[in-house]
Design a protein around this ligand. Structure first.
Ligand code: 5GP
Length: 153
C-alpha cells in the first residue's frame, strides 16, 4: 500500500504508479507543515484505508529535516501495519534533524531550495515538469518571481 503525502508527492506518485507492474493500494495523507514553535505536526487529512496487516510505503517529495517523515512513520506504526518503509524523490540528508531511514531514494541533493515536479513555493510551481533551484530571497520578495520566465521561449 502506498501512502502519498499531499500535495508535493503527486507528480512523483503519478509517474511511479504508471511504472509499477504490481497493483498497490493507494491512499493519501495531508499533514500540517512542521512549525518549530508548534511542537509537532498535525494530521489534516487521514487515510481512508486501514493499514493494519499491510506492507506500507510512504511516498514523499523530499525529506529534509526528517521531522515530517518521522512523525508519519510513528503514526503509521501505531496502527499495526505488517511493515512500513519510506520512499522519497529527493533526500537532503545534510539538513536532517531526526535520523530517519529512507529505504527508497530517487536523488540525494545538496543544501539547495528546490521547486517544481510537485514542490511548491507558496503553492506555486508544483506543475513544473522538472525540479529547479529556487532563490528563497527572491521568492520571499515575490512568490511569482519565476512564473513569467518558465514558459517563455
Ligand atoms: P521535513 O519535515 O523533512 O523538514 O520537510 C518535509 C517537507 O518540507 C517536504 O515534504 C516539503 O513539502 C517541504 N520542503 C523541504 N525542503 C523543501 C525544498 O527545498 N523545496 C520545497 N519547495 N519544499 C521543501
Amino acid at each position: 500500500m502506498l501512502v502519498a503525502v499531499l500535495k508535493g508527492s503527486i507528480p512523483f506518485l503519478a509517474d511511479m504508479l504508471r511504472e509499477m507492474t504490481i497493483v498497490p493500494l493507494v491512499d493519501f495523507m495531508s499533514i500540517s507543515s512542521y512549525a518549530p514553535d508548534s511542537g509537532r505536526v498535525r494530521i489534516i487529512k487521514d487515510l481512508d484505508i486501514d493499514v493494519s496487516g499491510r506492507d506500507v510505503v510512504v511516498v514523499e517529495d523530499i525529506v529534509d529535516t526528517g521531522l515530517t517523515l518521522a512523525y508519519l512513520l510513528g503514526e503509521l506504526r501505531r496502527r499495526g501495519p505488517r511493515s512500513v518503509a519510506a520512499c522519497a524523490l529527493l533526500d537532503r540528508a545534510a539538513r536532517r534533524i531526526v535520523p530517519t531511514p529512507v529505504e527508497f531514494v530517487g536523488f540525494e541533493i545538496e543544501d539547495l531550495y528546490v521547486l517544481g515536479y510537485g514542490l511548491d513555493y507558496a503553492e506555486r510551481y508544483r506543475n513544473l515538469d522538472r525540479v529547479i533551484e529556487g532563490d528563497l530571497e527572491v521568492l520571499q520578495g515575490d512568490p511569482d518571481a519565476y512564473v513569467d520566465g518558465l514558459y517563455a521561449g
